[in-house]
Design a protein around this ligand. Structure first.
Ligand code: FEO
Ligand code: CA
Ligand code: CA
Length: 636
């Protein structure tokens, strides 16, 4: 979501955190070369620690003809690839889904159709034929709605033009979609309309809070005195699929959905300020008390969690897993550690917020799905401290340990989790440049951290892990878990690339010199590791560098480490989310989010009318399936 994190939440440590303050001391991967003007302009100190290590083996490369950096209204893929439009905002999911009519939208119709602004994509394979995955369950988050682009005639009179029905339609366009998809061998993916697994989850779907914070007084409202029953989920950004095949929906910028003012002297004032509540992005609070702080001051505490959904059972109740902490969750990708425990990596996407990892107490049982269904209710949440010597401490958020005591206002583990940000502040976590996706690679024992950008970091706030002031284009960190033990309390870290234009000396970008004019990018957001262990990065903010967002392959091993390669270009105004490979590596699903959302764009005058290019249709957020025309693995 472009620049929506410009909200007013305040990390008190952003101004006081210890700084290294010296770029020369900033750590940089010893295997990354300097390239472009940065190599000769003011980066001599970096060059000294950027020498290549001999003896590295060349990692599997990527083999495709790069696309060009450009601003276009359509998408682009390399020669020899196809992009199939899989599903669009408004497309039918059920036999009774009304046909999409943008001029006559309703909450009832939207709740039976694919939602708006697709973000996370999960894929659960169901059938393989002739070596190809041909059927599976797609789980897609609908992060937010672009009100001005979604409804005719609303932008000119906003916010007065919003009605209760339009707000209800927005709520029905949020949440997630579970949909079966299938194809013939060699053919295109299509949604299976009316499949028994198909489901829409919206901002009104009944769900429950579970884990240590469930039932806590600070989660109780006048509508729910139990503190355990919530309606809906929203701003579901990235997410995850667990080893036992459940779908995790991460609640990110929940603050934006609340209006109103807290009663004078209310005890939630400091907590809400730390999370930027109320954000006031939507008008829902005018029509519904639970989105109005004056009426329901604790309702925001019931959002900012990770929601677990069983996609095989459309009647199941989604569960907000409070053990994973409350913050602006970007994603929740998991991996099984060597001892069988499950580890989830999570970013808190805000300038100067943190990277987390959760370790379950019990081990995953691959032979008993039911035994895993509540694994996420019990475990230890940790927050990352990136040390200047390349070590990384995972600090446990445990009530009663260190500063997380009654003396600091915590009465229980539940309260530590409700105020996870404040707990992490007290532990001394490292404030990062907007942590987005964090993706573990089970084969290599590494996890990749996308740090999208942080234009507010000043020169005296730089540190080893966030080495640039005014970091407009972000960077990518690799976490190396010792001996592949993802549960480790101490890890190592390195920066793989500093994003942005390597030809701009002031930018301080660092790429492998093999990176072409098209291969560099800005604002990494989501990522995927393919079955060959190669990293693919999608962006949200690359337009600041003069070209559309897209997907790039990024080599992480060997002499080519730090080389980017341009693979997919989104239409103007869109970011790219989701990227997800099928297990055979032959399809890469990509979520094209907010196409046409250029400055001042409206329903009547969008930045593009992708994908229909019809005057009768607004732009439609859609999932595309990227495949090689010869059916081979994506990327070679
Ligand atoms: Fe929803 Fe942090 O992107
Ligand atoms: Ca984004
Ligand atoms: Ca994101």
């Amino acid at each position: 979501m472009i620049d929506r994190s410009e909200d007013q939440s305040v990390n008190p440590r952003a101004l006081t955190a210890p700084t290294i303050g010296d770029l020369i001391e900033a750590r940089l991967s010893r295997r990354v070369f300097l390239t472009g003007a940065a190599a000769s302009a003011g980066a001599a100190g970096l060059a000294a620690c950027a020498a290549p290590v001999s003896g590295d083996t060349l990692a599997p490369g990527v083999d495709f003809a790069e696309i060009e950096r450009a601003v276009t209204e359509d998408i682009a893929v390399p020669e020899g690839y196809d992009a199939d439009l899989l599903i669009r905002w408004g497309d039918a999911l059920f036999a009774d889904s009304p046909a999409f009519d943008p001029m006559n939208q309703s909450a009832a119709a939207q709740a039976r159709q694919f939602g708006y602004n697709n973000d996370y994509i999960g894929f659960i394979p169901m059938e393989t034929r002739e070596g190809e995955v041909v059927r599976g369950i797609l789980c897609v988050n609908h992060e937010y709605v672009s009100t001005a682009l979604m409804f005719p005639g609303v932008a000119s009179g906003y916010p007065g033009s919003m009605t209760a029905e339009l707000c209800a339609t927005e709520q029905a366009a949020h949440g997630g979609t579970v949909v079966e998809i299938a194809r013939e061998p060699g053919g295109s993916w299509r949604p299976v309309v009316g499949s028994a697994v198909n489901r829409r989850i919206t901002a009104r779907t009944p769900m429950v809070l579970t884990g240590p914070a469930a039932g806590h007084e600070r989660l109780q409202t006048s509508a729910d005195p139990t503190g355990r029953e919530v309606f809906g989920t929203f701003n579901n950004c990235a997410g995850g699929i667990t080893p036992w095949g459940t779908y995790l929906m991460a609640e990110e910028n929940f603050n934006g959905y609340f209006l109103g003012e807290l009663p004078e002297g209310h005890p939630e004032a400091q907590n809400h300020a730390r999370y930027g509540v109320p954000g006031g992005w939507y008008q829902w609070g005018r029509f519904e008390d639970r989105f109005n702080l004056s009426a329901e001051p604790r309702e925001p505490n019931r959002f900012g969690w990770v929601v677990e959904v069983d996609p095989r059972d459309p009647a199941s109740t989604p569960r907000k897993r409070t053990a994973l902490g409350r913050f602006k969750h970007e994603g929740a990708e998991s991996v099984v550690a060597p001892d069988g425990r499950v580890v989830l990596y999570m970013g808190d996407d805000q300038r100067f917020d943190y990277v987390y990892k959760f370790v379950t107490r019990r081990a995953y049982d691959p032979s008993d799905r039911a035994a895993n269904m509540d694994l996420l209710d019990d475990g230890v949440l940790h927050v990352a401290r990136f040390n200047a010597d390349g070590s990384l401490d995972w600090l446990p958020l445990l009530f009663g340990e260190g500063p997380l005591t009654e003396a600091n206002g915590f009465d229980s583990q539940g309260e530590v989790l409700i105020e996870a940000r404040r707990a992490a502040d007290l532990l001394g976590a490292t404030p990062m440049d907007r942590p987005e996706d964090v993706e573990p690679d089970p084969a290599s024992g590494r996890a990749y951290v996308m740090l999208t950008n942080n234009s507010r970091r000043t020169a005296d706030q730089v540190d080893a892990a966030n080495p640039r002031a005014n970091n407009n284009n972000g960077h990518i960190i690799e976490i190396i878990e010792p001996d592949g033990d993802f549960t480790a309390r101490q890890s190592r870290w390195e920066i793989i690339v500093r994003c942005g234009d390597p030809n701009d000396a002031e930018e301080g970008a660092v790429w492998n010199p093999a990176t072409s004019e098209n291969g560099w990018f800005g604002s990494p957001d989501n990522c995927a590791v393919d079955p060959q262990g190669r990293l693919w990065v999608s962006t949200d903010g690359n337009p600041r560098t003069g070209a559309n967002d897209g997907i790039w392959a990024l080599v992480t091993d060997g002499e080519a480490r730090g080389t980017g390669r341009a693979f997919f270009r989104a239409p103007v105004g869109a970011e790219v989310c989701g990227p997800k490979f099928t297990p055979d590596g032959r399809t890469l699903f990509a979520a094209v989010q907010h196409p046409g959302e250029t400055d001042d764009a409206t329903f009547e005058q969008p930045g593009t009318r992708w994908p229909d290019f019809s005057d009768a249709m607004p732009p439609r957020p859609s999932v595309v399936a990227l495949r090689r025309t010869d059916g081979g693995p994506v990327g070679g």
